[in-house]
Design a protein around this ligand. Structure first.
Ligand code: URA
Length: 286
C-alpha cells in the first residue's frame, strides 16, 4: 500500500462511489463510473471543492493615549451624517455570516406567523452547514425526523441527499442545507400558499447572508418558491436559472427518488451540469 496522499484520496473516493452504488444510487448513466474502478484509482483527484474565503484582516485595536490629551477643539457646524445604507451583500465578512445566521435562527425560533405550524411543531428547522458554502441545497419543508432533530434532511430522504452530496465529492458540512418552510406541516401535507409567503422572508435572508454561487432546488415546491414560477420541475431541469446572482439548478426531490429510483440518473445529470460549471471533474463521469 502506498502512503501517497493522492493515492489515499483516490482510494477514499473509490470507496465512496462503491458505497453509493451499494446504497442503490446509480451514479452515472449505464453505471459507467462504477464499472471503471481501476481507472478511478489512477484518475486525477479533484481539488478541494469548497474554498472558504479568507477572513478579512482584523483592524488593530487602538486605545486613546491616557496622557497629555490636547484640549478639545471648539465644535464647528458639520454637515449631517449621510443616511446609513445597508452594506452591500458582498461585504459580509465570513465570521459575520455565522453570527447573522444565528441571529436569524433565533428570530425564526420565535415565529408564530402560521398558527397551526407553530402549535404543532416540536421546533423550527432553520438550516445547517457551512455559512461560506458555494452550494446551498434547498428543500421543501421538514418532515417528522427533521422536526424531532431540528436539522433539515436527516430522515431517509436526507440520507439519500447526503449520498448525492458525497458523490459530488463534497461532505455534508461543506454545503448548506435549508428548506422553504422552517416548520413541519402536520401529517407532511403540502405547505399552503400562505405558509410559503410567511416563511419566504426567512429563506430570502438566509440566502442573502450565505451568498452561495449555486442553489440546488430539490423538488417542485422549492424551485417554484425560489424562482416564483408555476413551471413543472421537468421543464425547469437541465438549464441554469438565476436567483440574486446565484446559479439555480432544479432537480428531483430525494423523497421522489426513493419512490422512483430510475430518476436518480436524471439527478446525477443535473449534478454533473453543476460540477462541470464549477470546474470539478468526477473521474469516469461523462
Ligand atoms: N424533505 C424536505 O424537503 N426537507 C427536509 O428537511 C426533509 C425532507
Amino acid at each position: 500500500m502506498s502512503d501517497d496522499p493522492q493515492a489515499h484520496l483516490r482510494r477514499a473516493m473509490l470507496q465512496q462511489l462503491r458505497d453509493w452504488q451499494s446504497a442503490g444510487v446509480d451514479v452515472a448513466p449505464h453505471g459507467r463510473v462504477l464499472e471503471v474502478p481501476e481507472e478511478l484509482l489512477r484518475a486525477e483527484v479533484p481539488a478541494a471543492p469548497i474554498a472558504a474565503t479568507p477572513a478579512p484582516p482584523v483592524a488593530p485595536q487602538t486605545s486613546a493615549p491616557k496622557t497629555s490629551a490636547p484640549p478639545p477643539e471648539p465644535k464647528r457646524p458639520t454637515a449631517p451624517p449621510p443616511t446609513p445604507r445597508p452594506a452591500p451583500a458582498a461585504a459580509i465578512a465570513d465570521g459575520d455570516k455565522q453570527q447573522q445566521l444565528e441571529i436569524l435562527a433565533a428570530e425564526v425560533a420565535q415565529c408564530v406567523k402560521c398558527q397551526e405550524l407553530a402549535c404543532t411543531r416540536t421546533q423550527t428547522v432553520f438550516g445547517v452547514g457551512n455559512p461560506n458554502a458555494r452550494i446551498c441545497f434547498f428543500g421543501e419543508a421538514p418532515g417528522a425526523d427533521e422536526d424531532k432533530q431540528g436539522e433539515p434532511f436527516v430522515g431517509r430522504a436526507g440520507q439519500l441527499l447526503t449520498q448525492i452530496i458525497e458523490a459530488c465529492t463534497f461532505r455534508r458540512e461543506d454545503v448548506y442545507i435549508l428548506n422553504t418552510l422552517k416548520c413541519r406541516p402536520p401529517g407532511n401535507r403540502n405547505p399552503t400558499p400562505e405558509e410559503n409567503a410567511n416563511c419566504m422572508p426567512y429563506f430570502v435572508k438566509q440566502l442573502e447572508i450565505i451568498q452561495p454561487e449555486y442553489i440546488v432546488c430539490l423538488g417542485k415546491f422549492a424551485a417554484q418558491n425560489l424562482l416564483q414560477t408555476e413551471a413543472a420541475i421537468g421543464r425547469l431541469r437541465g438549464t441554469f436559472h438565476e436567483y440574486n446572482g446565484a446559479k439555480v439548478i432544479a432537480t428531483y426531490h430525494p423523497a421522489y427518488l426513493l419512490r422512483n429510483p430510475s430518476a436518480k440518473r436524471d439527478v446525477w445529470e443535473d449534478m454533473k451540469m453543476m460540477l462541470r460549471d464549477m470546474g470539478i471533474s468526477i473521474p469516469g463521469a461523462k
